[in-house]
Write a new protein. Structure first.
Length: 140
């Protein structure tokens, strides 16, 4: 009886550890991507706030970043900007609707269905769930 219980415990542990290795990668140009996006010559983005958000000033002027992040990260940007490595950069938040309805289809048309990113971005340094996190959530 002890052997049966031991075998069942080992099997349960093996199954749960395999399940933990499963990850999901979301790339720039796909719905669900959060992070820095390259606006380039894409249609003008719809912004959440009209002014760029800057948490810490930098002695060197830097180009603004356009970010697609969850609404909670926008509202508490001071808490989350380090996850995207963007605390010292001016950041414009693009609307979720613009990202999904304009940027994603245009990106796919230009780059093919496979997208072309590195997970879920953070100022170029991904912030996604699962494998795309490069630390979590991908990159652009």
């Amino acid at each position: 009886m002890k052997n049966i219980i031991l075998v069942m415990a080992v099997m349960a542990f093996a199954v749960s550890s395999e399940a933990a290795d499963v990850g999901v990668s979301v790339r720039v140009g796909q719905p669900g991507f959060y992070g820095s996006i390259d606006i380039g010559n894409f249609p003008r983005p719809r912004l959440v706030y009209p002014e760029a958000v800057i948490i810490t000033s930098s002695p060197v002027a830097s180009q603004p970043l356009y970010m697609h992040v969850p609404p909670g990260h926008q509202k508490k940007w001071k808490k989350h900007c380090h996850e995207y490595k963007a605390c010292d950069r001016p950041v414009y938040f693009v609307s979720d609707q613009w990202y999904n309805d304009v940027y994603v289809p245009e990106y796919k048309a230009r780059h093919g269905q496979g997208g072309g990113g590195r997970g879920k971005g953070q100022g170029g340094e991904g912030r996604g769930k699962g494998q795309g996190k490069e630390q979590g959530k991908g990159k652009d």
